[in-house]
Design a protein around this ligand. Structure first.
Ligand SMILES: Nc1ncnc2c1ncn2[C@@H]1O[C@H](COP(=O)(O)OP(=O)(O)OP(=O)(O)O)[C@@H](O)[C@H]1O
Length: 324
C-alpha cells in the first residue's frame, strides 16, 4: 500500500509537488501519469526517502521509507536504469545488493532468470543495451520479493518486445497481490497495462480514476466547434452537460483548444437547439467517440485550467474542473 497525503515538495521557488493526495492499493497496476515536469519522479523520490517532503506525508505500508526495517523486502523500485556502474557484472551487482540487505544469494539467480538476463549474468553492464539495463533495474527491484513496487518510466526507449514483456510482468506482479505503481507520460501504454490511473499536472492531482471510468466518462459525447466557446460552455453546463476543451490544435485564448469542446450528457439536437436559442453559432457538431489518449490530453492540456482545488482534491473520480 502506498499513501501520499497532502504532499508538497518545493525546490527553491519551484513547487514540484503541490498538496498531492492519493493511495495505491495492492493487487492493481496503477498508472502514474502526467506531462513532463508534472512531479511524478519527485513524488517517487520522496516515497523512497531520496528526497525530503516540504510538508505532508508519503508512506509505504503505513510508514515512511526511512522507518522501514528491511526496505528492499518491502518496496522495490526502478528509478534510473542508468544508475548501475558499467564496470560491474550483472550477477555481482545484484549479489552486492543482496548481501547488503540480508537477502539470500539464491534470489540473485532467481531474479536474473525472471527478467531474462540469466545468459548475460557474468557480462559487464557497460555492454548492456538500454533494454537490458531496464531488465537489470527491474531485477534489483524484485530482489527482496517486496509487496510494493515502483517503476519510473520503465518502458522508455524499449522496443515493442520489451514493452510487451514489461506490461505482462507488471500485470503478473499485481495478480500476485502486490502494489504496483508505474509512471509514464504515455496514456497509450497505461491503457493496456494499468487498472487505475492517477493523473497529475504541475504537481497537483487532476484525476484519480479507473481506466474504465475514464473511458466511460469520455467515451461518448458530441464534439462541438464554436467561435464563442466560453458562452456555449456556460449554456451547456447550466443544462446539465459536461464540457471539456477538446484536443486538436493549439489553444487560441489560452483556455480552449481552438474553440472545440467535448460535450457529454447532451445529444446533438439538444446542443443545436440551445445554441440556436442563445444565438451562438456552431461551426461543427459531431457525435464523437474519444480515445483514452484524447481523454488524457483533455485532462492535462493547459494544466492551469485543470488545477484541482487543493481543499477538495478529487479522490474517486476525474472531477477536476476548469477554474474559469
Ligand atoms: N532536484 C531538483 N531541483 C530543482 N528542481 C527540481 C528538482 N527535481 C525536480 N525539479 C523540478 O520539479 C518539477 C517536477 O519534476 P519531476 O522530475 O518530478 O517531474 P516528472 O513528472 O517526473 O517529469 P518527467 O516526465 O519529465 O520525468 C519540474 O519543474 C522540475 O524541473
Amino acid at each position: 500500500m502506498i499513501e501520499v497525503r497532502e504532499l508538497t515538495k518545493r525546490y527553491g521557488a519551484t513547487t514540484a509537488v503541490d498538496r498531492l493526495s492519493f493511495a495505491v492499493r495492492p493487487g492493481t497496476v496503477t498508472g502514474f501519469l502526467g506531462p513532463n515536469g508534472a512531479g511524478k519522479s519527485t513524488t517517487m523520490r520522496v516515497l523512497l526517502g531520496l528526497d525530503a517532503a516540504t510538508s505532508g506525508e508519503a508512506l509505504v505500508n503505513g510508514g515512511r521509507y526511512a522507518a522501514l526495517r528491511r526496505p528492499m523486502r518491502e518496496v522495490g523500485a526502478l528509478l534510473d536504469a542508468g544508475a548501475v556502474h558499467g564496470g560491474r557484472r550483472a550477477f555481482d551487482h545484484l549479489g552486492w545488493l543482496a548481501r547488503g540487505n540480508g537477502i539470500p544469494a539464491r534470489r540473485v539467480t532467481e531474479v536474473l532468470e525472471q527478467v531474462g538476463l540469466a545468459g548475460v549474468a557474468r557480462k559487464r553492464v557497460a555492454g548492456f543495451s538500454l533494454g537490458m539495463r531496464q531488465r537489470l533495474g527491474i531485477a534489483a527491484a524484485l530482489l527482496g520479493d517486496p509487496g510494493v513496487l515502483m517503476f519510473d518510466e520503465p518502458v522508455n526507449g524499449l522496443d515493442p518486445d520489451g514493452v510487451r514483456w514489461i506490461r505482462e510482468l507488471m500485470r503478473a506482479l499485481a495478480a500476485e497481490g502486490r502494489t504496483v505503481l508505474i509512471s509514464s507520460h504515455l496514456m497509450s501504454e497505461m491503457e493496456l497495462t494499468a487498472d487505475r490511473l492517477i493523473v497529475i499536472g504541475r504537481g497537483r492531482l487532476i484525476a484519480d480514476t479507473s481506466v474504465r471510468e475514464l473511458a466511460q466518462r469520455f467515451g461518448r459525447g458530441v464534439l462541438v466547434r464554436t467561435p464563442r466557446p466560453a458562452e456555449l460552455t456556460e449554456v451547456l453546463e447550466a443544462a446539465g452537460g459536461s464540457v471539456e476543451p477538446a484536443p486538436g490544435g493549439p489553444a487560441t485564448d489560452g483556455r480552449l483548444a481552438d474553440g472545440r469542446l467535448a460535450v457529454g450528457g447532451l445529444d446533438v439536437e439538444a446542443i443545436g437547439d440551445m445554441a440556436a436559442a442563445k444565438g451562438i453559432p456552431l461551426h461543427e457538431v459531431t457525435p464523437h467517440s474519444a480515445s483514452l489518449e484524447e481523454a488524457y490530453m483533455a485532462l492535462t492540456s493547459g494544466n492551469a485550467e485543470f488545477t484541482a482545488d487543493a481543499k477538495t482534491q478529487p479522490t474517486t473520480e476525474a472531477t477536476a474542473r476548469r477554474t474559469s
